[in-house]
Every structure is written in structure tokens, then in C-alpha cells.
Write a protein that binds this ligand. Structure first.
Ligand code: PLP
Length: 430
């Protein structure tokens, strides 16, 4: 092909190019180990002198095909699959942070990531400062310290569906000599490629739109290859000084633009072991093959439902950036011109009780701890996923206590609207 293939073509084809007589669909290499002919061949793999597969905890061909597709979609140089989105965000940060380091993160992020950064990584001696992503550059810059190692945010936040000003975040990160990590789970590379706006590393919970069918939990880290670790070598000794657990090799010197992903694979995956299973990677690839078609439909249907909700007298507020007048509509038009995603955040008048009665009266829209697959589902974070948080923490995390998270699936949007309409009617009458 002479021109760079479009996103649609890459969704179907990237990452695997079978030769004569090989399987058209990617093969599932369901094997723990790989055979070599002599001791020296194996030794060279362990020294990272040759590349090759030796144990699936570190790398597997099926996983690598899927990782290569996602790297192509995001416009990155390399990617690594993980067993979940949580593992992806943990590794993405821990790959460049040690005990005693500090992270600056947007506060409106997924509850799991909020806990990961604020609680579990705190126990490892890595401190986080949460900031309001809509604050001015000066206010956000004030959160940085000499030991800050990265800036983190979500392209479209879960569950508040706030849109990140990526260019602003990239400017702040780079002026402090640190990379910007963006969780692009909700936007997907079909609607936004954060590297084009200055992000350095992108993560995903592939459990959501990439899989798209509620089949397999997974995650991925993609590196743009753009961040200059050597220029900030004193901040990143793990990448820029010899790794004694690999006979003193230095990742940046030996692997150049692949340093970050190589370290994540050969060190973090080796030691923590949250590898994706090849079978699940195969399922993710099936999802990726229709990602461009599904994301378009999810977003068109969600816009229709969001319009219905905004005009309903019992609905107190609707957050959906593809509605004119939404707080994030300008950022939406800049970063997500082809559409948002399938998730809508909104509130019902009458508070928590009405919200619960409404959800209990839905017929085919189901209550699920999930988003971003083919089934329309709903959740009340204050009663479900975020129930460990106080009202103040909920507001800080972009999840108001009355927030209902509605994820629009691939059913007919008119049927979804009819189900919501009848359930609101019953909730109000009861
Ligand atoms: C779901 C989600 C995660 C966590 O992913 P898992 O695959 O459930 O571990 C991280 N970030 C965002 C934005 C998510 O929606």
C-alpha cells in the first residue's frame, strides 16, 4: 500500500500479515514455552541479545500480533498487552516510578485507577497529587515537585465523561521534563489518538470497546517513542542507567525508542506477571476488527439518547460532550470531531431513591458493573463501583452522588429510549 492505511483498514488488518498457506485469522499460540535447538540460543534470549519467545509470561506471539495492531491504531512504536486495564495503568506508571517518587493525576478518573494511585501505590511509597483537569496551567503546574515523574489523565473520563485538554496537559508535562500518560479507553483510537496531541504513552482497558462484547478482561500500554528519557536521565535511572538484573544493560542505549516497552516487558512482566492470555488476546482481536464500525454506532446512538434525556422534564442534568452547550463541547470539537463515545452521565430529579427505583424498573437495560460493550447497561456509582467514597470524594472524582452512568450498546436506540422512558414513569409514580 502506498498511502498510510486508514483506521478502518488497520482495525481489520494491522499486526498480522500471513504468508502462503498460513491461517487468515491470527493463530492462537496457546503454549507456555517455545523450543530452541541449543543452549546458546536460549542464553542469548535471556541476555536480550536476540529477540524471540521463550516463556509466555514475558511474551507470546498471539499477544504480540494484537499489541502490534493496537500500536498501529494509536500511531505508537510498540505496545504490550496486560491481563487487565488495572495492570496496564499500574505498569505504565511503575515502569518509571520508584519509592519516593510523585505523580500528578487528574482527579476525574476511573475509580479503580483512583484507588491504585491514591491507595495501593501510596503503600509502595509513591505519592500522588490529584488536580482538577479544568484548572489553569499555572494551578496544575503548582502541583509538580522535583520528584514528579509523570502526569496522568483520561481522554474521556469514567464515569464523569469529562474531555481532557490533551495539548494543555502535554505542555505542562513537558515543561517539567516528564511524560504525559493518557488512558484512552473511552475515546478509542477510532475517535482520538492522543499521541497526535502530544501524549507520550497511552493505556487502555481493552475490556471495554476494544473487546466490545463483554468477553475478556484485558489492558494495553502503547508507547509513542517520542519522550526523550535521556534528556531527563536523572529522573529515570531505571531506563537510563544499567539494569543489574539484565547484566548491566541500559534500556535507552540498547533499545532506543523501544526502551520503555522493553523494560515493561522484560522487567515488570517478568517480576509481576500480569500477562494477557493468548486466548483472550484472540477475542480482543475479534473485537478490534469491528471497532471502527461499533464505535461509530455506539456514539450515534448515545447522542440520540442524550438528546432525549436532555429534553425530559424529570432529568436534572446530562453530561455528553457531543451535545451543543455541554461544558466540554469545545474540547470535543477539537479532539473528538467524529464523535464521543457510548457513555452518558446524567442525573434524575428526586435523588438517590428515584434513581434506584428507575434502575429497578428497566426491562432490557441491565444493571452491570461494566461499560462500553454491545449491551446497554447502567450503574449508579455512588451505590455500586464508588461506594467506598465519601460524597466529597465522589464530587472530586467527577462522580456526583446522583450520577447515573449509562452505557449505550448496539441495540436500536429507539428501543433504549422507550425502556428508559417507561422506567422513569414508573419510578416517579411509585
Ligand atoms: C475499566 C477501566 C479501567 C480498568 O480496566 P480493567 O480492564 O477493568 O482492569 C481503567 N481505566 C478506565 C478508563 C476504565 O474504564
Amino acid at each position: 500500500m502506498t498511502k498510510k492505511p486508514s483506521i478502518a483498514t488497520m482495525c481489520v488488518q494491522a499486526g498480522y500479515n500471513p504468508k502462503r498457506g498460513e491461517s487468515r485469522q491470527i493463530p492462537i499460540i496457546q503454549s507456555t514455552t517455545f523450543k530452541y535447538e541449543n543452549s546458546d540460543q536460549m542464553a542469548r534470549l535471556f541476555d536480550l541479545e536476540d529477540s524471540g519467545y521463550f516463556y509466555t509470561r514475558l511474551a507470546n506471539p498471539t499477544n504480540d500480533m494484537v499489541a502490534a495492531k493496537i500500536a498501529a491504531l494509536e500511531g505508537g512504536v510498540a505496545a504490550m498487552l496486560t491481563s487487565s486495564g488495572q495492570a496496564a495503568n499500574f505498569y505504565a506508571c511503575f515502569n518509571i516510578c520508584n519509592a519516593g517518587d510523585h505523580i500528578v493525576s487528574a482527579a476525574s478518573i476511573y475509580g479503580g485507577t483512583f484507588n491504585l494511585l491514591g491507595t495501593s501505590m501510596a503503600k509502595m511509597g509513591i505519592e500522588v497529587t490529584f488536580i482538577d483537569q479544568d484548572a489553569s496551567e499555572e494551578e496544575i503546574a503548582a502541583a509538580f515537585k522535583p520528584n514528579t515523574k509523570l502526569l496522568f489523565g483520561e481522554m474521556i473520563s469514567n464515569p464523569g465523561v469529562a474531555v481532557l485538554d490533551v495539548e494543555k496537559f502535554a505542555r505542562i508535562a513537558h515543561s517539567h521534563g516528564v511524560p504525559l500518560i493518557v488512558d484512552n479507553t473511552f475515546a478509542t483510537p477510532v475517535h482520538c489518538r492522543p499521541f497526535e496531541w502530544g501524549a507520550d504513552i497511552v493505556t487502555h482497558s481493552t475490556t471495554k470497546y476494544m473487546d466490545g462484547h463483554g468477553v475478556s478482561v484485558g489492558g494495553v500500554i502503547v508507547d509513542s517513542g517520542n519522550f526523550d528519557w535521556e534528556a531527563n536521565a536523572e529522573k529515570y535511572p531505571g531506563l537510563c542507567t544499567p539494569d543489574e538484573s539484565y547484566h548491566g544493560l541500559t534500556y535507552t542505549k540498547k533499545f532506543g525508542k523501544l526502551a520503555y516497552i522493553t523494560k515493561a516487558t522484560s522487567q515488570l512482566m517478568r517480576d509481576f506477571g500480569s500477562i494477557q492470555s493468548p486466548q483472550n488476546a484472540f477475542y480482543i482481536n475479534l473485537g478490534l476488527q469491528s471497532l471502527h464500525v461499533r464505535v461509530k454506532q455506539h456514539s450515534e446512538s448515545a447522542k440520540k439518547v442524550a438528546e432525549f434525556l436532555s429534553s425530559h422534564p424529570m432529568v436534572s442534568w446530562v453530561n455528553y460532550s457531543d451535545l451543543p452547550g455541554d461544558k466540554y463541547h469545545d474540547l470535543q470539537q477539537k479532539y473528538l470531531p467524529d464523535g464521543s463515545c457510548g457513555v452518558i452521565a446524567w442525573g434524575l430529579k428526586g435523588g438517590r431513591d428515584v434513581a434506584i427505583r428507575f434502575m429497578d424498573n428497566l426491562q432490557f437495560v441491565t444493571i452491570e458493573t461494566h461499560v462500553a460493550d454491545c449491551y446497554t447497561c447502567i450503574l449508579h456509582p455512588a451505590s455500586h463501583t464508588h461506594r467506598q467514597m465519601t460524597d466529597e470524594q465522589l464530587i472530586e472524582a467527577g462522580a456526583a452522588p446522583d450520577l447515573i452512568r449509562l452505557s449505550i450498546g448496539l441495540e436500536d436506540p429507539d428501543d433504549i429510549i422507550a425502556d428508559i422512558e417507561q422506567a422513569i414513569e414508573k419510578a416517579v409514580k411509585e
